[in-house]
Design a protein around this ligand. Structure first.
Ligand code: APR
Length: 231
């Protein structure tokens, strides 16, 4: 398994033009989590919920990967067995930059999923067709997004990946949803890169802290990881 885990959140895609969630002007200032991203929304607020994710897909179609996604893709290309990419992001910007086997903890915007049998269908950047049902079992279809209060099956894979991790890099996550500090404590090397301090992260457990844009921090991050992997 990979010795280096690059763990990211919305901040890495911010410079591509996708809003983060909790920064000033972030998505959760404009929308209420309880109304479009919480277990049960699809029962009482279905149309608004589906429309919200239709709009996210349309926005995703209009943006491209940035230097940070690209530099990480290059790093992984050089060290395919040693670098794992784990993200809370539901966008496909890592994939478009050339990254392989990206673990998406919170789902994937370009997929819809059967509520009953969990079969997924790729719909790209299009609107979800409200008339379609699952061709496998006839169940209702929904965005393939993990809502608050729902189980997140990929967290198990995160824990497995962290067992072999020796160098943890966090880029662009406030730590409010997935707390990584306890993993960082176990590492010999760890880097935290955000724009600023977060109340949900203990910066003292990281061996290096870079408060700057991901596109400005990524060269130093890649250089440190390469130095570690060459040892
Ligand atoms: N470069 C680096 N970091 C940045 C940048 C940037 N250009 N812009 C913002 N950031 C940092 C902010 O400083 C903040 O710490 O990115 C972080 C964004 O935090 P959140 O908006 O809370 O995003 P994230 O941690 O990914 O949210 C986790 O919450 O709503 C859910 O499911 C959603 O996966 C998401 C989860």
């Amino acid at each position: 398994m990979a010795k280096v885990v690059i763990f990211s959140g919305a901040g890495i895609s911010a410079e591509s033009g996708l809003s983060t969630f909790r920064d000033t002007g972030g998505l959760w200032e404009k929308y209420r989590i309880e109304e479009i991203c919480t277990a049960g929304c699809l029962s009482w607020n279905r149309e608004n919920t589906l429309s919200f994710y239709d709009a996210r897909r349309a926005q995703l179609a209009s943006v491209t990967p940035n230097r940070a996604h690209e530099a990480i893709a290059k790093l992984q290309e050089h060290y395919p067995k040693d670098v794992a990419i784990i993200t809370q992001n539901v966008d496909d910007l890592f994939e478009r930059a050339g990254c392989k086997n990206v673990l998406h903890l919170h789902g994937f915007l370009s997929n819809i999923r059967c509520e009953k049998c969990s079969f997924t269908y790729a719909i790209g950047y299009t609107k979800q067709n409200r008339d379609l049902i699952c061709s496998a079992c006839g169940g209702n279809l929904r965005p393939d997004i993990v809502f608050f209060g729902e189980s997140a099956p990929m967290y198990e894979h995160l824990c497995v990946a962290m067992e072999d991790c020796e160098f943890l890099v966090i880029i662009g996550s406030s730590g409010n949803v997935v707390a990584m500090d306890h993993f960082a404590r176990q590492m010999k090397y760890s880097i935290l890169n955000n724009l600023e301090r977060s109340d949900a992260i203990n910066e003292y457990v990281y061996t290096k802290v870079l408060y700057k844009k991901a596109t400005e921090a990524v060269d130093e991050i890649v250089a440190d990881v390469e130095q570690f992997l060459r040892k």
